[in-house]
Write a protein of this length. Structure first.
Length: 361
């Protein structure tokens, strides 16, 4: 017997994970996605890093959340992870917010594998690096993951509607009725999983208070063709750069992200507004890349992936932990904020525990 109807807004990784967890609890679940496919927003505009924790040496809590999420992926979606033969995290000599000793101590506290080791001089300008560490961290194969998720949606009898953007809400006999240009949907539970536009959806639903405040970043990740086989390398921790394989397109296609130059637009406020014009920073990104990577001149730029992300005003240091909000004025509405891709399924489990504590499941 169904425990009621749930509507999930957004078919990114967090929306899909939430839908699975609600269906496993016996609810009739419908996912509403404004785009024409799942994983079409920021989910496809990242580096594809399957965070093992290394990336957050200044936030042990965030690293642990990523570590827990990766363990779930390893168990349930192992075929959607690709492990490069060599993965390096390198600490820059100048401008880094951590030291090599800090990184080693962090890895020890998190109990993750690392060892001091340098890649070939062909791959890294050693004069600009204080220390290099060989680590173990996969990347996500997005296309196999998407195919697997679509099969699971069918198996769990989750209904997925594309091209359905939320326009508002009505109350009918005490139940919310979600409105889209296509239809109307009754729900006992509503899960807002729209990432950068989470506050925008809350406003459409009539929530008047409780918004988290953000600086919104529009970001650019470069897709490039590289000269032969290269390692995955991340220079940290500050305004630095990394290169990882794009596992869906073979080892000669990689993604480059620069912690400063890849942020091409910033706005501060409650609600996200997509920039009317996107101006590429590809040249600046490649200039920053060339400072650390000797083969930069032989890298061929292919195209850019543009995404967006919300950075909380009150974020301390490098903390990027996922948060779930509920609202006294709208019982049954839950909103997932600042979620990391890798931790989507563990976040969904936490969400279910929260809903049960509230007595709504």
């Amino acid at each position: 017997m169904s425990k009621g109807k749930a509507i999930v807004i957004g078919a990114g990784i967090h929306g899909i994970a939430a839908a699975f967890s609600l269906a496993d609890e016996g609810m009739e679940v419908t996912v509403l996605e404004r785009n024409g496919d799942l994983l079409q927003g920021t989910s496809r505009a990242t580096q594809g890093r399957a965070h093992a924790g290394y990336h957050y040496p200044r936030s042990l809590e965030t690293a642990r959340e990523c570590q827990e999420g990766l363990e779930h992926f390893k168990f349930y979606y192992y075929e959607c992870l690709f492990y490069p033969e060599e993965v390096y995290y390198a600490v820059a000599k100048e401008g880094s917010k951590i030291t090599p000793e800090d990184f080693a101590a962090f890895c020890d506290s998190l109990k993750i594998q690392y060892q001091p080791k340098w890649p070939s001089p062909r791959f890294l300008h050693r004069e600009n690096i204080a220390e290099s560490f060989l680590c173990e961290e996969p990347v996500i194969c997005l296309q196999p993951l998407k195919e697997r998720l679509l099969r699971q949606l069918e198996q769990k009898k989750v209904v997925l509607h594309f091209g359905e953007a939320i326009t508002g809400v009505e109350q009918v006999n005490g139940q919310p009725l979600l409105l889209t240009p296509v239809g109307k949907y009754v729900a006992d539970l509503i899960i807002n999983a729209t990432y950068t536009e989470a506050n925008n959806i809350l406003k459409l639903l009539g929530v008047e208070a409780g918004y988290p405040e953000y600086t919104f970043h529009t970001t650019e990740v470069l897709r490039v063709k590289v000269p032969g086989k290269i390692p995955a390398i991340t220079v940290m921790d500050g305004a630095f750069v990394s290169i990882l394989p794009d596992a869906d397109y073979g080892l000669k296609i990689h993604r480059i992200y620069h912690a400063e130059h890849s942020i091409i637009h910033k706005t501060k406020g409650l609600f996200y507004s997509h920039p009317s014009i996107l101006l590429s920073n590809a040249n600046l990104i490649m200039e920053g890349f060339a400072k650390f990577f000797p083969f930069a001149g032989r890298v061929k730029y292919l195209n850019s992936c543009f995404g967006s992300r919300p950075i909380p005003w009150e974020a301390v240091g490098d903390s990027r932990q996922t948060r779930i909000f509920s609202f006294p004025s709208f019982q049954g509405l839950y909103s997932i904020h600042e979620g990391k891709f890798i931790s989507a399924f563990t976040t969904a489990s936490w969400m279910i525990e929260t809903i049960k504590r509230d007595g709504l499941l």
